[in-house]
Design a protein around this ligand. Structure first.
Ligand code: OGA
Ligand code: MN
Length: 229
Protein backbone atom coordinates (compact mmCIF):
# COMPACT_ATOMS: atom_id res chain seq x y z
CA UNK A 1 0.00 0.00 0.00
CA UNK A 2 1.54 3.26 -1.06
CA UNK A 3 1.89 5.81 1.66
CA UNK A 4 1.97 8.56 -0.87
CA UNK A 5 -0.85 7.30 -3.04
CA UNK A 6 -2.91 10.26 -1.92
CA UNK A 7 -0.33 12.65 -3.22
CA UNK A 8 -0.34 11.45 -6.75
CA UNK A 9 -2.92 12.04 -9.43
CA UNK A 10 -2.35 9.31 -11.93
CA UNK A 11 -1.38 10.95 -15.17
CA UNK A 12 -2.31 8.13 -17.51
CA UNK A 13 -3.55 10.49 -20.20
CA UNK A 14 -0.14 12.08 -20.53
CA UNK A 15 1.90 8.91 -20.07
CA UNK A 16 3.27 8.19 -23.51
CA UNK A 17 6.40 6.65 -24.90
CA UNK A 18 9.46 8.72 -24.01
CA UNK A 19 11.10 8.01 -27.37
CA UNK A 20 9.66 11.11 -28.95
CA UNK A 21 11.74 13.36 -26.76
CA UNK A 22 15.07 12.24 -28.01
CA UNK A 23 14.98 14.19 -31.25
CA UNK A 24 14.50 17.43 -29.35
CA UNK A 25 17.48 17.03 -27.10
CA UNK A 26 19.84 18.97 -29.31
CA UNK A 27 17.76 22.11 -28.83
CA UNK A 28 18.95 22.94 -25.37
CA UNK A 29 17.93 26.29 -24.03
CA UNK A 30 20.83 27.17 -21.75
CA UNK A 31 24.51 27.37 -22.33
CA UNK A 32 26.96 26.13 -19.77
CA UNK A 33 28.93 29.31 -19.19
CA UNK A 34 31.88 29.58 -16.85
CA UNK A 35 31.68 27.02 -14.10
CA UNK A 36 27.87 26.89 -14.09
CA UNK A 37 27.05 23.29 -14.91
CA UNK A 38 24.33 22.73 -17.48
CA UNK A 39 21.40 21.38 -15.47
CA UNK A 40 18.27 22.21 -17.49
CA UNK A 41 17.59 21.64 -21.18
CA UNK A 42 14.27 21.79 -22.92
CA UNK A 43 12.12 21.82 -26.01
CA UNK A 44 12.84 25.51 -26.63
CA UNK A 45 14.99 28.27 -25.27
CA UNK A 46 11.86 30.26 -24.42
CA UNK A 47 10.47 27.47 -22.29
CA UNK A 48 13.76 26.94 -20.48
CA UNK A 49 13.91 30.64 -19.70
CA UNK A 50 10.26 30.94 -18.65
CA UNK A 51 9.96 27.76 -16.65
CA UNK A 52 13.58 27.67 -15.54
CA UNK A 53 12.85 30.16 -12.76
CA UNK A 54 10.35 27.70 -11.29
CA UNK A 55 12.78 24.79 -11.39
CA UNK A 56 15.88 25.14 -9.28
CA UNK A 57 18.69 22.67 -8.79
CA UNK A 58 21.26 23.39 -6.11
CA UNK A 59 24.26 21.18 -6.65
CA UNK A 60 26.28 19.93 -3.66
CA UNK A 61 23.49 21.08 -1.35
CA UNK A 62 24.65 18.51 1.20
CA UNK A 63 28.14 17.18 1.87
CA UNK A 64 29.14 13.53 1.67
CA UNK A 65 29.10 13.49 5.46
CA UNK A 66 25.54 14.83 5.56
CA UNK A 67 24.46 12.28 2.97
CA UNK A 68 25.95 9.67 5.31
CA UNK A 69 23.99 11.10 8.26
CA UNK A 70 20.74 10.82 6.32
CA UNK A 71 21.51 7.27 5.16
CA UNK A 72 22.45 6.17 8.67
CA UNK A 73 19.08 7.33 9.90
CA UNK A 74 17.05 6.01 6.95
CA UNK A 75 18.62 2.68 6.03
CA UNK A 76 17.50 0.58 9.05
CA UNK A 77 13.82 1.36 8.41
CA UNK A 78 14.05 1.03 4.63
CA UNK A 79 15.90 -2.30 4.80
CA UNK A 80 12.94 -3.86 6.58
CA UNK A 81 10.76 -3.24 3.53
CA UNK A 82 10.73 -4.95 0.18
CA UNK A 83 10.90 -3.02 -3.08
CA UNK A 84 7.52 -3.00 -4.83
CA UNK A 85 7.63 -4.04 -8.45
CA UNK A 86 4.17 -5.45 -9.05
CA UNK A 87 1.86 -2.47 -9.00
CA UNK A 88 2.00 -1.47 -12.62
CA UNK A 89 -0.77 1.11 -12.24
CA UNK A 90 1.15 3.04 -9.64
CA UNK A 91 3.07 6.13 -10.54
CA UNK A 92 6.21 4.53 -9.17
CA UNK A 93 7.89 1.26 -10.06
CA UNK A 94 10.60 -0.51 -8.06
CA UNK A 95 10.43 1.47 -4.86
CA UNK A 96 10.07 1.32 -1.13
CA UNK A 97 9.18 4.32 0.93
CA UNK A 98 8.53 5.75 4.32
CA UNK A 99 7.46 8.95 6.00
CA UNK A 100 9.34 10.46 8.87
CA UNK A 101 8.26 13.08 11.36
CA UNK A 102 11.05 13.02 13.93
CA UNK A 103 14.72 13.16 13.01
CA UNK A 104 18.03 13.10 14.83
CA UNK A 105 19.94 16.32 15.33
CA UNK A 106 22.19 16.09 12.26
CA UNK A 107 19.27 15.42 9.94
CA UNK A 108 17.15 18.13 11.55
CA UNK A 109 19.85 20.64 10.70
CA UNK A 110 19.88 19.50 7.07
CA UNK A 111 16.08 19.58 6.79
CA UNK A 112 15.90 23.04 8.34
CA UNK A 113 18.27 24.22 5.62
CA UNK A 114 16.17 22.57 2.91
CA UNK A 115 13.02 24.24 4.22
CA UNK A 116 14.57 27.65 4.62
CA UNK A 117 15.83 27.57 1.03
CA UNK A 118 12.70 26.15 -0.60
CA UNK A 119 9.75 27.67 1.25
CA UNK A 120 8.86 31.22 2.13
CA UNK A 121 8.73 31.84 5.88
CA UNK A 122 4.94 32.07 6.12
CA UNK A 123 4.12 28.85 4.35
CA UNK A 124 2.66 25.86 6.23
CA UNK A 125 4.54 22.68 5.63
CA UNK A 126 3.43 19.12 5.46
CA UNK A 127 4.77 17.63 8.70
CA UNK A 128 6.08 14.24 7.61
CA UNK A 129 9.01 14.12 5.23
CA UNK A 130 8.56 11.62 2.38
CA UNK A 131 11.45 9.24 1.78
CA UNK A 132 11.41 7.35 -1.50
CA UNK A 133 13.96 4.63 -2.19
CA UNK A 134 14.15 3.64 -5.87
CA UNK A 135 15.89 0.42 -6.76
CA UNK A 136 18.49 0.64 -9.54
CA UNK A 137 15.75 -0.52 -11.91
CA UNK A 138 13.09 1.67 -10.29
CA UNK A 139 11.58 4.79 -11.83
CA UNK A 140 8.80 7.32 -11.40
CA UNK A 141 6.24 7.67 -14.18
CA UNK A 142 4.85 11.06 -15.22
CA UNK A 143 2.43 12.44 -12.66
CA UNK A 144 1.36 15.63 -10.94
CA UNK A 145 1.31 15.58 -7.14
CA UNK A 146 -2.23 15.92 -5.82
CA UNK A 147 -3.33 19.53 -5.44
CA UNK A 148 -5.60 18.44 -2.60
CA UNK A 149 -2.77 17.36 -0.38
CA UNK A 150 0.19 19.50 -1.31
CA UNK A 151 0.80 23.12 -2.12
CA UNK A 152 2.79 25.13 -4.62
CA UNK A 153 6.27 23.85 -3.81
CA UNK A 154 7.93 20.45 -3.86
CA UNK A 155 11.58 20.10 -2.92
CA UNK A 156 13.81 17.05 -2.79
CA UNK A 157 17.30 15.92 -1.92
CA UNK A 158 18.80 13.20 -4.11
CA UNK A 159 20.98 10.62 -2.35
CA UNK A 160 23.19 7.85 -3.78
CA UNK A 161 22.69 8.51 -7.49
CA UNK A 162 22.48 11.13 -10.21
CA UNK A 163 19.20 11.06 -12.10
CA UNK A 164 17.19 12.88 -14.74
CA UNK A 165 13.84 14.47 -13.93
CA UNK A 166 11.64 15.19 -16.94
CA UNK A 167 8.86 17.78 -16.88
CA UNK A 168 6.22 17.66 -19.62
CA UNK A 169 3.43 20.17 -20.03
CA UNK A 170 0.09 18.56 -19.34
CA UNK A 171 -1.71 17.99 -22.65
CA UNK A 172 1.13 19.65 -24.62
CA UNK A 173 3.72 16.93 -24.77
CA UNK A 174 5.95 18.90 -27.15
CA UNK A 175 6.80 21.26 -24.27
CA UNK A 176 9.29 19.66 -21.93
CA UNK A 177 12.32 20.23 -19.75
CA UNK A 178 14.94 17.71 -18.69
CA UNK A 179 16.58 18.47 -15.37
CA UNK A 180 19.82 16.88 -14.23
CA UNK A 181 19.67 15.99 -10.54
CA UNK A 182 23.20 15.23 -9.40
CA UNK A 183 23.73 13.11 -6.31
CA UNK A 184 23.52 15.34 -3.17
CA UNK A 185 21.71 18.14 -5.01
CA UNK A 186 18.43 19.75 -3.97
CA UNK A 187 15.72 20.44 -6.51
CA UNK A 188 12.77 22.77 -6.07
CA UNK A 189 9.65 22.73 -8.26
CA UNK A 190 7.29 25.65 -7.94
CA UNK A 191 4.05 27.02 -9.36
CA UNK A 192 3.56 26.16 -13.05
CA UNK A 193 6.39 23.66 -12.98
CA UNK A 194 4.57 21.94 -10.15
CA UNK A 195 0.94 22.39 -11.28
CA UNK A 196 0.99 22.36 -15.09
CA UNK A 197 3.79 19.95 -15.90
CA UNK A 198 4.07 16.29 -15.07
CA UNK A 199 7.34 15.19 -13.50
CA UNK A 200 9.03 11.82 -13.69
CA UNK A 201 12.38 10.21 -12.88
CA UNK A 202 13.77 8.32 -15.85
CA UNK A 203 14.62 4.64 -15.66
CA UNK A 204 18.23 3.63 -16.12
CA UNK A 205 17.81 2.55 -19.77
CA UNK A 206 16.34 5.95 -20.68
CA UNK A 207 18.45 8.06 -18.38
CA UNK A 208 19.96 10.59 -20.77
CA UNK A 209 20.57 14.27 -20.21
CA UNK A 210 21.23 16.43 -23.25
CA UNK A 211 22.32 13.32 -25.11
CA UNK A 212 24.67 12.16 -22.35
CA UNK A 213 24.05 9.02 -20.42
CA UNK A 214 23.38 9.50 -16.70
CA UNK A 215 23.69 6.03 -15.14
CA UNK A 216 21.02 5.41 -12.55
CA UNK A 217 21.97 3.61 -9.36
CA UNK A 218 19.74 3.04 -6.40
CA UNK A 219 18.43 6.50 -5.48
CA UNK A 220 16.86 7.77 -2.30
CA UNK A 221 14.97 11.05 -2.33
CA UNK A 222 14.00 13.03 0.74
CA UNK A 223 11.04 15.19 -0.23
CA UNK A 224 9.43 18.12 1.60
CA UNK A 225 6.14 19.65 0.55
CA UNK A 226 3.99 22.51 1.73
CA UNK A 227 0.25 22.43 2.32
CA UNK A 228 -2.27 23.84 -0.13
CA UNK A 229 -3.10 27.49 0.58
C1 OGA B 1 6.89 11.79 -5.82
C2 OGA B 1 8.00 12.24 -6.67
C3 OGA B 1 10.36 12.66 -6.93
C4 OGA B 1 11.66 12.25 -6.34
O1 OGA B 1 7.12 10.96 -4.92
O2 OGA B 1 5.77 12.29 -6.01
O3 OGA B 1 7.75 12.82 -7.69
O4 OGA B 1 12.58 13.07 -6.37
N1 OGA B 1 9.28 12.03 -6.28
O5 OGA B 1 11.76 11.13 -5.85
MN1 MN C 1 5.79 13.79 -7.50
Amino acid sequence: MRIMKLFLNAAKSVYKSPVRYLSFLADSGLKADGDEPLLIVGSSRALVQRLGSQVEVKTAFITEEEEGDLLLELEPGLKKKRYEFDHWDDAIHGYRETERVTWGAACQTILARVRSVAFSSGSSLLGPVHVLDLDKTGYIKPHIDSVKFCGSTITGLSLLSDSVMRLVKEDVSSEWLDVLLPRRSLYILRDQARYNFTHEILKDEESLFNGHRVPRQRRISVICRNLPA
